[in-house]
Design a protein. Structure first.
Length: 396
């Protein structure tokens, strides 16, 4: 739209240029137009509002159109005075100057100068925000980091295995510094907010002081994407199917083989842009439900603790707490042993009665005992005095 305003201004000015040349002369009009054009280019690059950028682009285009006509008119006057052909030479010099300017800017940009924002300490440039709200001027950056508790109870941000953590965190700090220096408003979101189920609600809270929220229905957003021709025919077919299917009150579950996944499932796993599956190579971190074979997904309870529940929550009631030591990871059973170990280093005795549970110390009427963390779904009890030998196991 900004470029369209530039073109419209140029066309209008070209039509009016002959009358202006007749009044003030081609040379004066060219000098005036080149000054206005230079200022317009600088102003349109720094415009903070979309409407302002459109107006400045229109004026800049008008200056360029007037400059184009007045330069050629003045060149024709010079050629008439010289009584020899010089128009082609002037056009060649204009083209050569344009080429030289482009090469000079390319050299400056390669050396760290130009319109790109540079921080000497990091060497970064060409900052491109994830999102920018044109009306309010708010910048939104989403960072692919998650929170992880260490063995000593501290919390650290971690990235995907294939991402350089230190470089990524330095980039996050660089973006904050850019906004601090330019006194612009930056809102940040994080992957761990999505993992904890509060990404959209948290974003709404952060935006509330700056904008009036008016969310669109999901179907309206999808229809708009279709109008922009960003959805292929196959995706349209799937969208129509899902709408019809959901309107019938059904629940759709896609079953996929871990041993021989289809090309569709493989694409979901390999491309983190989908945001609905683990990245390639993260299969080892998948938690399999011992009751139905589905996936155990991390959720945050009302008490703020992390729990792992089966993805088939409507049909399977398997629910496990996170590791008591780190509070985030889910302990796994160690092959060939009677222990369930967590990535943080903590270990627990394995529940002998269920597939995913482990034993923790509890107190009852007759003293302490080891009970399964899946209680009340699993009511097994173990005498702690005989654990490691022939333990007494009973169900309440």
């Amino acid at each position: 739209m900004v470029l369209l305003c530039f073109a419209a201004g140029a066309i209008l000015a070209m039509n009016r240029a002959p009358q202006m040349i007749a009044r003030i002369g081609a040379a004066r009009l060219a000098a005036l137009a080149v000054g206005l054009f230079g200022m317009g280019i600088a102003l349109v690059a720094t415009a903070a509002q979309f409407g302002v950028a459109m107006v400045i682009a229109g004026l800049c285009g008008a200056a360029f159109g007037a400059l184009d006509v007045s330069m050629n008119s003045h060149a024709a006057d010079l050629e008439a005075r010289a009584k020899r052909p010089i128009m082609s030479t002037l056009h060649a010099m204009f083209s050569g100057g344009t080429l030289a300017g482009a090469m000079a800017y390319a050299a400056l940009a390669r050396g760290g100068m130009g319109s790109a924002t540079i921080l000497p300490k990091t060497g970064r440039r060409d900052y491109q925000p994830d999102f920018r709200l044109t009306e309010s001027g708010i910048y939104i950056e989403h960072s692919g980091v998650r929170r992880q508790k260490t063995a000593d109870g501290r919390e650290r941000l971690v990235t995907a295995p294939f991402v350089d953590r230190d470089e990524y965190l330095a980039g996050m700090e660089w973006k904050r510094q850019i906004h601090a220096e330019n006194e612009t408003n930056l809102i940040e979101t994080y992957s761990y907010e999505r993992q904890e189920g509060r990404l959209l609600t948290g974003l709404a809270e952060k935006l509330t002081p700056y904008v009036t929220l008016n969310p669109l229905p999901a179907n309206t957003i999808y229809d708009r994407i279709v109008e922009l021709k960003q959805v292929d025919d196959f995706s349209k077919l799937l969208g129509t199917f899902l709408r019809k299917f959901k309107s019938g009150g059904y629940t759709l579950t896609i079953l996929a083989s871990n041993a021989r996944p289809s090309s569709f499932i493989t694409e979901l796993r390999e491309d983190p842009a989908y945001g609905i599956a683990a990245a390639l190579g993260a299969e080892a971190n998948a938690h399999v439900c011992g009751e139905c074979g589905g996936r155990l997904l991390g959720v945050t309870g009302k008490d703020g603790r992390i729990w792992y529940r089966c993805e088939h929550v409507q049909h399977c009631g398997n629910l496990l707490p996170a590791c008591p030591s780190c509070g985030t990871a889910l302990p796994r059973r160690s092959g060939g042993t009677t222990e369930t170990r967590c990535d943080c280093g903590a270990s627990y005795p394995t529940c002998p009665a269920c597939a995913n549970g482990w034993l923790v110390e509890r107190s009852g009427t007759y003293g302490t005992f080891l009970g399964c963390v899946r209680y009340p779904n699993c009511t097994v009890k173990v005498d702690p005095g005989r654990r490691g030998r022939s333990a007494n196991v009973w169900r309440s």
